[in-house]
Design a binder for this molecule. Structure first.
Ligand code: ADP
Length: 491
């Protein structure tokens, strides 16, 4: 099958969070199964060019219709750890992708509407006719709309679209100018509850809703989150739309790419280990402490947090976990970045406050290499999310024998099974700690059990970590499921 992934991220060249990991990991799995996969991405100024090999011109003069005129673009092609990627660079004064960051500009709607249009235009003029176009998140929600309303009539009549929603919080709610810019134009037609009109703001269009309405298949990234999306307010107003389209909506659990995330061959960690050589993990703990100037205290576990510092991730509980861990005689390591200025200032304040504490390190920013060392060196990972469509940090932690302590929401429910209470899994199949409420007592109860086990029953704790490593959350199973979806919508 010929599959084109269109997304705003692909790890490790462009990565702000899990979306990047998913686009890379899924593409690799599909390719390993004998499919032809290409990835279309924006060419950001701030992406990691050191992860692209053989970057070259692929299409020199791509003219993308935009408002009444057209914008000249260049398309480059290169290999990102084996995957063929096309990067679209608009050569206009708008500087759509030269902003020093991936997201968070005032004109994000225009930037990604343009990218979506340019990606389709590129497929059209370069005569690429994939069997499947797989789009991700709000940034590419307009692709199926433009494909089935416009490009179909220009010769792309045989393509099918799968649309994956990684986060319902960001939907791309914008004004009518997007319709004029992209050439969809017809306001009266698109401002319709059954098409693009936002379910609450009737004067706006909603990119993600467009993706749901027009795609041949829609999914979110775990079965439990698919249920939450339909039956709770977590889908931020799109619940009714999902209900109307439930015949083509489901949940497919994300995997991780064990080529990139594997303690047995991870190139960013100093000491490789697997289940048989698990005790070598302790060497990475030493290396992590050395790197972060923490005290080498054998009696203390390291509890870590890696992730965006964002309301979604339960930052108030992350903050509480830090002080609770220190109070319980553990060390705490945090790696996170915040786009919200208040949260950013808050954690910088904490960082300064704890600067001389030999048991705590806060690293504020995005650092892929350090993340690998933390997964390998920490004993536990705390993930107290408010909501979590899938969550990759717990899946990576399990692979690295780092015991996850999670709040029971979204994909966390599908992947972490409480050591003491999970009724659906035999004791030897349990792999972490789960709490449910959003208050600090709930978090403490789970952390208390985890730290207690580490301190008083080290053999049992080791066993728990090994049971986590037993789980196979590779792309094998999800890859098969996505292929099933592709086959289904082609038929
Ligand atoms: P989300 O997509 O909501 O941000 P996920 O748990 O699905 O969360 O994926 C997070 C991914 O991003 C993981 O690979 C994690 O290691 C990585 N990550 C998050 N924050 C950072 C950071 N500050 N530095 C390095 N990697 C990070």
């Amino acid at each position: 099958m010929y599959i084109v992934q269109i997304a705003s991220e692909c790890a490790p060249v462009i990565k702000a969070g899990g979306l990047g990991d998913v686009v890379y990991g899924l593409s690799t799995e599909l390719e390993n199964r004998g499919n032809c996969v290409e990835i279309i991405l924006p060419m950001y100024d701030c992406m990691r060019y050191d992860h692209i090999w053989g970057l070259h011109d692929a299409y020199k003069d791509l003219w993308v219709p935009w408002y009444g005129g057209a914008i000249h673009c260049s398309v480059f092609c290169g290999w990102v750890h084996g995957r063929v990627c096309f990067f679209i660079r608009p050569n206009s004064g708008d500087n759509f992708f030269n902003r020093g960051r991936y997201y968070g500009a005032l004109d994000d709607h225009l930037r990604f509407a343009f990218f979506s249009k340019a990606a389709l235009e590129f497929l059209l003029v370069s005569n690429k006719r994939p069997d499947i176009i797989h789009c991700h998140d709000w940034q590419t929600g307009l692709i199926p709309v433009m494909l089935f309303e416009m490009y179909k009539w220009h010769g792309m009549w045989n393509q099918r679209v799968a649309y994956t929603i990684h986060n319902f919080k960001h939907q791309g709610v914008a004004g009518a100018n997007i319709l004029w810019a992209t050439g969809l134009n017809n306001d009266a037609y698109y401002f319709d509850y059954d098409r693009l009109q936002d379910n609450f703001n009737h004067g706006a269009i909603n990119f993600m809703k467009g993706g749901i309405v027009y795609s041949n298949f829609v999914n979110t990234v775990s079965p439990h989150h698919a249920w939450e999306a339909r039956y709770s307010d977590i889908s931020c107003g799109l619940g009714h739309t999902l209900e109307l389209h439930n015949y083509k909506f489901g949940g497919i659990l994300n995997g991780i790419d064990y080529g990139m995330w594997n303690p047995d061959k991870d190139r960013y960690i100093p000491n490789h280990y697997n289940q048989e050589t698990f005790d070598i993990k302790a060497e990475n703990k030493k290396a992590l402490r050395e790197r972060l100037l923490l005290s080498q205290d054998e009696d203390k576990p390291i509890i870590a947090y890696i992730g965006r510092l964002d309301g979604q991730k339960g930052v108030h509980l992350v903050h509480h976990a830090m002080y609770y861990a220190l109070g319980r005689g553990a060390q705490f390591v945090l790696l996170g970045s915040a786009t919200n200025q208040e949260i950013n200032n808050w954690f910088w304040h904490e960082k300064n406050h704890l600067n001389n504490n030999p048991d705590c390190h806060l690293e504020i920013g995005f650092n892929e290499e350090l993340a690998h060392l933390i997964y390998a060196g920490a004993d536990m990972m705390v993930i107290p999310s408010n909501y979590e469509p899938c969550g990759l940090t717990q899946i990576i932690s399990l692979k690295y024998g780092t015991v996850p302590i999670v709040r029971g929401v979204g994909g966390l429910v599908n992947t972490v099974f409480d050591r003491d209470y999970d009724a659906n899994h035999a004791p030897e199949k349990r792999n972490g700690y789960v709490f449910y409420q959003t208050d600090s007592h709930a978090l403490e109860s789970a952390m208390d059990r985890a730290i207690g086990l580490w301190q008083h029953y080290p053999k049992e704790f080791r066993e728990l970590a090994l049971q986590g490593m037993d789980y196979d959350y590779s792309w094998k199973d999800p890859g098969e499921k996505y292929l099933g979806v592709y086959e289904y919508i082609r038929a």
